[in-house]
Write a protein that binds this ligand. Structure first.
Ligand SMILES: [Cu+2]
Length: 235
């Protein structure tokens, strides 16, 4: 009975996690790929530590199990054993360095910026994003505005200038990159690099009111020529 309860509970947890159709671990931009790399790297290091600890644990539980023969066994005192202490200090430090270096580098590189770049680089497309209850508005470089539909040119870096008109929202295209909070009275610049062709889903990831669930948008990444034609038609 307990087992059945556990099974039902884990089933519910899976359903409630709302993971349908989201493929965070197979991202379609180099920004998202860097983020997925960090997830895999930390998972790999955690798994390594877990396996070593569990194997040693099982081994010691077995090796030092109680028996009549060892009833009066006194373990060796390892207090102050320099070799041992150095080993279990240095190994975690090395693991943390392996984890920290790419994490700090990628985080600094990708962090949303408070100042929009003044001189757009070649291969960068700027989109002004406005979040409001309960819709998204996208303004293209030529001034054309579209609601809840984001069309982008493939293989370009997309510079999003994000702001909100009311309260805090969160801009999220799971298949392209991680979430970014969108604030009122604060302009944030977030760059998603090398977006790949395809159709994706975008959403607000910050509970912002009763219609929050409906604050979604579609994302279409098309060829550069098609994109030029698209924004010219919008004008
Ligand atoms: Cu919202």
């Amino acid at each position: 009975m307990k087992k059945l309860g556990l099974l039902i509970l884990s089933g519910f947890t899976l359903m409630l996690s709302g993971c349908s159709g989201i493929n965070v671990l197979d991202p379609k931009s180099s920004t998202g790929k860097d983020q997925a790399y960090l997830i895999w790297l930390s998972l790999a290091i955690m798994t390594l530590v877990l396996v070593v600890v569990f194997v040693l644990f099982a081994y010691f539980v077995y090796k030092y199990r109680y028996s009549k023969a060892r009833k009066d066994y006194k373990p060796v005192d390892v207090d102050g054993n320099r070799k041992l202490e150095l080993t279990y200090t240095i190994i975690p430090v090395i693991l943390l360095i392996i984890l920290a270096v790419p994490t700090v580098r990628i985080t600094l590189e990708q962090s949303p910026d408070t100042s929009a770049s003044q001189t757009p680089e070649d291969g960068t497309t700027k989109i002004e994003v406005t979040g409001r209850q309960f819709e998204w508005e996208f303004k293209h470089e030529n001034g054309a505005e579209v609601k809840d539909e984001l069309v982008l040119p493939e293989d370009e870096d997309i510079e999003f200038n994000l702001h909100s008109e009311d309260l805090i929202h969160s801009f999220w295209i799971p298949e392209l990159a991680g979430k970014v909070d969108v604030f009122p009275n604060k302009e944030l610049t977030y760059i998603i690099r090398d977006v790949e062709r395809g159709e994706y889903e975008g959403k607000c990831a910050e509970f912002c009111g009763v219609q929050h669930t409906n604050m979604t948008f579609s994302v279409k990444v098309i060829s550069k020529e098609d994109y030029r034609a698209y924004i010219n038609d919008l004008k």
